[in-house]
Design a binder for this molecule. Structure first.
Ligand code: SAM
Length: 314
């Protein structure tokens, strides 16, 4: 829809910046750092009001999100090694020193995939879902609002999880949680208590940062019960062919045997080298998944939605 695309354009900003460490187009993120980026689970803070305190939220496609390109960042401190050090924001790569993988921006394929969910009537009810390379986490948030049983979010950068994904999840649960709001006309007896309802929605969520193989290892080795995902959603994550091995193995380790991956991507990422044909070839050679292109979007840069399932699945 026209309205959606103009909002999306605002939200995504430059749709083809260089991904990786800086603006130097020839430089790729150092592989070494990626391999050693440990995984971590981020606790949901006790005081949910604090999560949204002093945060300016905007909306796109009916979803709340924190627009980091306009937020003036003060008092964020060094949350961790990649803590935000810059107070005035000039470009995203200034925000997170070291390897930054693009999670501060909402990329346009996110909106392609959200559109596809409704067109193809993808069912999330009672499903376990992973939003892999989530950034803002809108895909996971849509799944959560569509009654997914569990939604896990992963981003490479822990600052993205703390400052963007978690606040976005909280904002969308608080303000829109399945249309349940204490200000609605429901009789008081039928109104779930707001805070309780929000907690309930959020208890269905878990948040992780770190490199894919490390996150996969953390999930599979954790004491907490873990069941493989029915649906893995991933948007704009196949730009760098150096990561295909880790991505492939993570999908193979974490997807339920009858699960589905919905992957949204530009056909070509100029400058970084990845894209649909290269990824398809990689997957084919590994011989674990079957893939099909379920939608092609020809407006602007050509983009696709790919569905993946295990070769032996039903
Ligand atoms: N899915 C979001 C969207 O569509 O707006 C963000 C896309 S952003 C371009 C790429 C995402 O993939 C980042 O959030 C980054 O953290 C994640 N990512 C890329 N390579 C990764 C890797 N090797 N390990 C873990 N995460 C990675």
């Amino acid at each position: 829809s026209a309205e959606k695309s103009s909002q999306a354009a605002d939200a995504v900003g430059d749709s083809s910046p260089r991904l990786g460490t800086n603006n130097d187009q020839d430089e790729k993120p150092p592989q070494k750092n990626l391999c050693f980026k440990a995984a971590k689970e981020h606790d949901i803070p006790e005081d949910l009001n604090k999560v949204l305190e002093n945060k300016v939220m905007e909306t796109v496609s009916g979803l709340y999100y924190r627009n980091m390109s306009v937020v003036e960042m003060t008092g964020l401190g060094d949350a961790d090694k990649e803590g935000i050090v810059s107070k005035s924001v000039s470009s995203h790569s200034d925000l997170i020193p070291g390897v930054y993988e693009g999670g501060l921006t909402i990329w346009e394929c996110t909106f392609d995939l959200i559109d596809y969910f409704s067109e193809a009537e993808i069912q999330f009810t009672k499903k376990t879902v992973l939003d892999l390379g989530c950034g803002a986490g809108l895909l996971g948030i849509v799944a959560l609002r569509s009654k997914a049983e569990k939604v896990h979010y992963q981003d490479y950068n822990s600052t993205v999880i703390d400052e963007i994904t978690l606040p976005n999840a909280v904002a969308n649960c608080v303000r829109t949680g399945s249309g349940v709001d204490t200000k609605t006309s429901q009789p008081p007896s039928k109104r779930p208590k707001k805070a309780e309802h929000l907690r309930n929605m959020l208890t269905r969520c878990r948040f992780f940062s770190g490199e894919w193989s490390e996150v996969s290892r953390l999930l599979l080795s954790s004491n907490k019960p873990f069941s493989k995902y029915d649906i893995i959603l991933t948007s704009e994550t196949i730009y760098n062919p150096d990561y295909y091995g880790a991505l492939h193995d993570t999908l193979a380790q974490l997807l339920d045997k009858n699960g589905r991956v919905y992957l949204a991507s530009k056909v070509h990422y100029f400058g970084v080298g990845g894209g649909i044909p290269l990824f398809e070839k990689f997957i084919e050679e590994k011989n674990v998944f079957r893939t099909s292109i379920v939608k092609t979007i020809d407006k602007g840069l050509q983009r696709c939605i790919m569905e993946m399932a295990f070769k032996y699945s039903s």
